[in-house]
Design a protein around this ligand. Structure first.
Ligand code: KG4
Ligand code: ZN
Length: 330
């Protein structure tokens, strides 16, 4: 029996969770409602907000799990990628708990964490599978052959899918995060009203959302600006979302062909999108999407990944540093 305390602070959610052998005993996510006014996450503001609540969130996760630090066998923390200042807060907290309690510390790659959300009970999925990881910070197709890592098959050349949806929503005058607001507005629109590009020119399994973003900008400009375009906002939203979803679905189909996988796991915040889920269900694969709370950032997924990794040696644990970009998943 292994009880893992997971800590995740890579972006704007302060998260802690207690996971026992793959079962979630508690998962606390404190979302920082302080970035909306800026239309996006402000790194320094995020780091400060993590400092304010990190200890409280960890205490809350333990309390909700009816556990004490004495019950914890392993501490797991997100090492990167993410915002440097934000990551440092979680890593400092994790190091402190591990050092004070003489516990092993496991450094987890955030993207591996998203994949590992699918390993959690009560419906754990076993590799091999193809992973589509679509969030505000990342868009990747990954080959998952084992529980302890993944291979990147394709990645976005510019914006992440969620970021593209957020920016599109902003152009249409919607608030942050834009993905859910855009999906609601798109429900009243015609996805074929505007023919936005799906990056067919990008070879292989990489993704690109710069083109569709520019096309939306030009379409709004051609209609006379955001105000003038308002009567067409639902059509613009539906067509924009359609182009993003089509690109993701076609690349995923290509990746299924290339790898021969017949199981697809979709994770990251954009996996909450109903249009994407319905489109992916048409592909030639079994599709598994973790429940919504496990698709967005959380610490249960970090703990889940740690159950399949080697903890750091004590000297390495104290020296643990963060990384902002890239991925060093094993
Ligand atoms: O995984 P996540 O919570 O945080 C990151 O690690 O980025 O993903 C957040 C992203 C945001 O871009 C948000 O707009 C998008 O997920 N998102 C959605 C929906 N719900 C959240 N995008 C499209 N449709 C949704 N229903
Ligand atoms: Zn994430």
């Amino acid at each position: 029996m292994t009880v893992v305390l997971g800590i995740e602070t890579s972006c704007d959610d302060t998260c802690a969770a207690v996971v026992e052998d793959g079962w979630i005993r508690s998962s606390v996510v404190a979302s920082q409602g302080v970035h909306d006014a800026f239309g996006g996450v402000v790194p320094e503001v995020a780091a400060r907000a993590h400092v304010e609540v990190c200890d409280l969130v960890i205490a809350d996760a333990l309390a909700r799990a009816d556990a004490r630090l004495d019950d914890v066998d392993l501490v797991a923390v997100t090492q990167g990628p993410g915002l440097t200042g934000a990551l440092l807060v979680g890593v400092a907290a994790a190091k402190s708990v591990a050092a004070a309690r003489d516990l092993p510390l496991c450094a987890v790659d955030h993207l591996h964490g998203h994949v590992a959300a699918s390993f959690l009970e009560p419906e754990p999925v076993d590799p091999p599978f193809l992973g589509l990881l679509v969030s505000g910070g990342h868009s990747l197709l990954v080959d998952v052959d084992d529980h302890d890592g993944f291979e990147v098959l394709g990645a976005t050349l510019d914006d992440a899918a969620g970021e593209a949806l957020d920016k599109g929503a902003r152009m249409l005058g919607l608030g942050y995060p834009g993905g859910p607001a855009l999906e609601r507005l798109a429900g009243d629109g015609d996805p074929e009203a505007f023919a936005f590009p799906t990056a067919e020119g990008v070879a292989g399994l990489d993704l690109s959302f710069a083109g569709v973003k520019t096309s939306l900008l030009y379409a709004i400009r051609d209609l006379g600006g955001e105000e003038a375009a308002r009567p067409r906002a639902a059509d613009l939203a539906a067509s924009y979302q359609h182009a993003v979803v089509e690109q993701l679905a076609r690349r995923t189909a290509r990746a299924l062909d290339a790898t021969g996988h017949d199981l697809l796991v979709v994770c990251g915040g954009v996996a909450a999108n109903g249009v994407l889920r319905r489109r992916l269900a048409e592909l030639d694969a079994d599709v598994f999407v973790p429940e919504p709370a496990l698709c967005t950032d959380n610490a249960a997924m970090i703990a889940a990944a740690a159950l399949h990794l080697e903890p750091l040696a004590p000297a390495e644990a104290l020296a643990l540093d963060v990384y902002a970009t890239g991925s060093v998943a094993p």
